[in-house]
Design a protein. Sequence first.
Lengths: 479, 493
Amino acid sequence: MEYEAVIGLEVHAQLKTESKIFCGCSTRFGESPNRNTCPVCTGMPGVLPVLNRRVVDFAIKAALATNCTIQRRNVFARKNYYYPDLPKGYQISQYELPIATGGYVEIVVGGERKRIGITRIHMEEDAGKLVHEGEFEKAHHSLVDFNRAAVPLLEIVSEPDIRSPEEGGAYLRMLRDILVYLDICDGNMEEGSFRCDANVSVRPKGAKEFGTKTELKNMNSFRNVERALEYEIQRQIQVLREGGTVVQETRLFDANTGRTVSMRTKEEAHDYRYFPDPDLVPLEIDDEWVERVRKTLPELPLEKIDRFQKEYSLPLYDCQILCSSKNLADFFEEAVKLHPNPKGISNWIMAEVLRELNREKVDISETKLKPAHVASIVKLIDEGTISGKIGKSVFEEVYRTGESPEKIVEERGLVQVSDEAALEEIARKVLENHPKEVESYKKGKTGVIGFFVGQVMKETKGKANPKLVNEILRRLLSS
Amino acid sequence: MDLKNLTLEEIAREIREGRLSSRDATEYYLERISSFDGAVNSYITVTEERAREEAAACDEEQARGKLKGPLHGVPVGLKDIFCTKGVRTTCGSRMLENFIPPYDSEVYRRLREAGAVLLGKQNMDEFAMGSSTETSYFGPTRNPHDLSRIPGGSSGGSAAAVAAGLSPTSVGTDTGGSIRQPAALCGVVGMKPTYGRVSRFGMVAFASSLDQAGPITTSVRDAAFLLGVISGHDPKDSTSVNVDVPDYLSFCGREVSGMTVGVPEEYFIEGMEEEVRKRVEEAVERLSSLGCRIERIRLPHTDYALACYYIVAPAEASSNLARYDGVKYGYRTESYEGLIDMYMKTRAEGFGSEVKRRIMLGTYALSAGYYEAFYGKALRVRSLIKRDFLKAFETVDVIVAPTSPTTAFGLGERLHDPLTMYLSDIFTIPVNLAGLPAISIPCGEDGKGLPVGVQIIGKHFREEEIFQVAFALESELGRARVVDPESTAGEGE
């Protein structure tokens, strides 16, 4: 029997507000432990939460960008459970009345578009962090850092519309891109500012009923989400094929082994005793508020991809890569403005620029590279001033130093030799020095021309105009 | 100067006009505390040194021609539920026996800004759960009118201190009657304002949707005066309401003739003490003779108030008290094996039995599968009770009723009978559920010389009308009597 997977993803996105969701403490990452705390976010007796309205702005942005309906009346609820990183013994979240419901995110998988439904988006506070003295199991004691406690989060829950790990990855990346475009989350899975849990089940292909699902946790990269889904789908299919049944449980992904292991079963699940938080009054969101936020929405990733395809006549693949980061897309557009060769510039960004960025794991904004640099290099090549090969070495230096390409080309005398007489002189010499190769060319092994071109380039230290060299060599060889 | 029979307002005036120093006023109360509080146990912490320093600072400032505010140099007491920066705040619990807050509650901040001198933190039922101040980890407070009796609760320390002249005034909190009931049983004035009138910031939470701070004083004018100081919008409390605070004092002395007073049938029940009924009915007569129109009214859902309250309040409490886990501050058990053991032992040892009972009640009421049957239903009953009052207020200006069905009962008499104990608040609880303001003022004594209180309930944010009626009635019945506890000890029975 053939099986298909049914996947829903739950994302927790940390919001980039200056201050926490219910107090004025800073949300800055990397401060010394418990520096960003106050009586409110450490749950001292008698203190009260006051909602940071920027969090609501951000949530509205996310809701609009994912085509959700914004709920006018919002109620915060308490989710009660005990853990040392949860200072009040409850998390303030939204339960029955979340801020947004019923939206979708459009993804592109294998060139096809697909909509993944969004069930709900709600606002809540993050917990603190436990630091265990030594290894977890043997630790004598643990320390609590409340810097992260009450940092605002959005929980974004998808419909079970995802059918493969690949779709899961595409959805997650698209959602991340959207939030980063909105400038409300930095989307960093490794640092935990963008986290994902998955609900996975399998069913016979074509069946309408859902199978029993498991919940996957502890996947801290896009790749690991895909790996965990892949493993879990196969595991469940295996269980069913062997005549067993899938147990409803929470499973942890182990990145070292690539497997998922059982953490707790349904029977052990918490009863969170949700109830409306009496310390916070219901939040009413009116049209005016929504419209004010709507005006601040930027062009979203998929809109940008569409526009790039039309405006620059680029292949879909190029557009997806360029638009995966707003900064990269902006960089591209700036460069094209300065030198209107979209495909040329796109090629350079996708090959040379991204290689450097990936190698250093940095964002384009963190480098010395400017759009004008790339525009100049492509322009110098297009105009025949330098060769593509020289272009690459110029780029490396520009990337390293931030100097202008023109200056580097000029200072290092890299201007391409297009002087026909001079090149002919060199070409003659090369042919004279390699009579054997000339012989075999004349016998019909015309491919050897590449060897001659290479020799001329070598003589000219790569500065010769390769097209011209080719022409000259052919002429000389055929005479 | 003997301050015993002076009102807060009078003490403030004596100091302001230079006839009394803050230092002398403070010493007067510190001395009374050291003479009488051994018997009454109305204070958990007496902030003697701090009070002397603050008083001296007030006197110096005044000598330079500066006054801090309307309470300049006036000594005050505070229920030990209000966080005070640098002064331990126990909430009557072992859990917070050594907790020293790094922040002030908004109520105390306003008192301090107004120039008040803090005498100390007053005894209360643990986490304000109780009606007799017997559940305090720091021992029971005794009623100054009869030391064998309880003072009521949970603000029993505050009411007893004011009744015994151990502080000229106090601020208490009222979740189901915790200001009004002890005020009634100790023969003083206690005012619970409209929910949202006074900031709850820094006031240790019991049941967030019901808790409200208010004054305990020896006169209606003092209650009006003090409420004016502590009320008003606070951005740190989202439930505090941004409405203007009227000049309450200006309503004391206004004509009440022509006002309509509602008397609810449901508040004169089987089982209440006959003399309490009589005193309250006499008070209603007085209002009638002052020209008020008396109207018999119905509040049909009153019967369900107690049941509703004992779902809503414990449910909120079970969540509010979850933070006392031994991790961050407060009590932590001595030895434990791992996290769960630390939680269990800390909470088993840190909380008393009434607190544990309510945490269990509330946890149960919120549990999956029971939420709708208990909490959900309680919320619906709560809105019916509120609707009863709103309907009554369509025809009446204020409602008059007994504060408590009995006068002060004996120490230990109800401690192990929670249901009877809970009945002490049967007339006060509906007011909290509806979020309304109400005052309790003395209206005479029973045969044993124990004080009886009458409750005046007003419309939302119309505290001034309550003061207007209460002042008129107080003028007829006489002001609260401050007693020396020793002289009355053992009387009655």
